[in-house]
Design a protein around this ligand. Structure first.
Ligand code: SAH
Length: 362
């Protein structure tokens, strides 16, 4: 007998296919999605609008399986970080960042990462494997329950935005990430509009076009350098997809959506990419890209080789961009006391042997 299917990660189309294969009506899919994602029910016996016979059948053929919560830490600033343990013993981190009027959940897409960016803690720990769509959406399912809703009986969700900015490169786990994002958008599940879901990439150019075709969510790009020489070094995937191609891909992503803008992430590394001439080069590079810039002061971690830019350098850099008419905000460092800030996520790996796995793009 084949292993029972985990229904947690199936989006509506996939769950409809699952029910048709079992000779059931397609509308069962929306009923079951509501039970799992809106009601938080994982036991088929409690899904009372399904016939008893169907519930029995589901018990034989399917499960709703979730990772285990192994750590739950709360920062002084309200940021919360969880370590979720997966079935095979690997674990991943998920971060919740509360802000005025919104709550953002930062979700991981891989156990580790293959990209080896020199300033990122995740990279220092190697790569183990891709997450399944169930393991990706599970992070939202669990956070949603662990945070509770606002007030008793209220259906107001605390999580209003999702960013695919945790561990891993989401565009190198394309199918699972898109399936999970479909569930985030699904009215019978989380009902998030595509603008409230942001996928961040280090620049896997062909997949950016595919994303626009298949799941046009908001896009963030980790730019971090304005010339190929530096970017080849600090974001090595640049050797495969250099700046010229990356910038063109950003333009294509928002082409046809007059108000859409790509978020450009730019880490500020003291003395490396934070000088006046870097700001000027950035202005020139983004001249024809509808964008907003997110400046991210480097977050240190043990063994890290960089220093954060001084506050003066950060303000000066931002000043140049603003003067040129660009929108630039400095991302506030959140959850630093619990190692939950950008680039600090490490998770826990069972298998680190695949550290130097090459980047494979379909
Ligand atoms: N792989 C994707 C998703 C990660 S998003 C990407 O590269 O976009 C996490 C963001 O934090 C990226 O912009 C990443 O470059 C940035 N980051 C990584 N290490 C950091 C550090 N030490 N300090 C600040 N930002 C960091």
């Amino acid at each position: 007998m084949s292993a029972p299917a985990n229904l947690l990660g199936l989006n509506r189309t996939q769950l409809e296919a699952f029910f048709s294969e079992q000779g059931e009506k397609a509308f069962r899919a929306s009923q079951v999605i509501k039970w799992i994602h809106q009601q938080g029910v994982t036991d088929f016996q409690q899904m009372t609008n399904l016939s008893k016979a169907l519930r029995e059948k589901l018990e034989q053929t399917a499960v709703v399986a979730l990772p285990e919560v192994v750590a739950d830490r709360l920062s002084e600033d309200g940021t919360r970080k969880w370590l979720f343990k997966l079935e095979d013993g690997n674990s991943v981190e998920t971060v919740f960042i509360p802000e005025d009027g919104r709550g953002t959940l930062c979700i991981s897409s891989q156990v580790g990462c293959t990209l080896n960016c020199t300033f990122c803690n995740t990279a220092q720990h190697g790569f183990s494997r891709n997450l399944s769509s169930a393991e990706i959406i599970a992070q939202l399912w669990l956070a949603d329950r662990l945070l509770g809703r606002e007030g008793p009986g209220s259906h107001q969700r605390v999580i209003t935005n999702v960013v695919m900015m945790g561990m891993g490169e989401p565009l190198l786990n394309f199918d699972a990430v898109v399936s999970a994002m479909e569930l985030m958008k699904e009215d019978f599940a989380y009902g998030l509009s595509r603008r409230r879901i942001t996928l961040s990439t280090a620049g896997v150019v062909p997949m950016m076009d595919k994303l626009k075709e298949q799941c046009h969510v908001s896009l963030a790009v980790s730019l971090h350098a304005t010339n190929d020489e530096l970017r080849d070094q600090i974001v090595p995937i640049n050797q495969k997809y250099p700046l010229k191609e990356l910038i063109a891909a950003c333009q294509r992503y928002v082409d046809g959506s007059p108000r859409a803008r790509v978020t450009i992430e730019y880490i500020l590394l003291g003395g490396v990419n934070d000088r006046d001439e870097d700001a000027r080069a950035l202005i020139k590079l983004l001249k024809n890209v509808p964008s907003k810039i997110n400046l991210i002061p480097y977050n240190p971690y043990p063994g890290g080789q960089y220093e954060r830019s001084t506050q003066k350098a950060i303000d000066r850099f931002r000043g140049h961009l603003m003067k040129a008419g660009l929108t630039a905000v400095t991302r506030k460092t959140r959850g630093e006391d619990i190692e939950a800030a950008c680039g600090q996520l490490a998770g826990q790996f069972k298998d680190r042997t695949r550290r130097s796995q090459t980047v494979d793009v379909a």
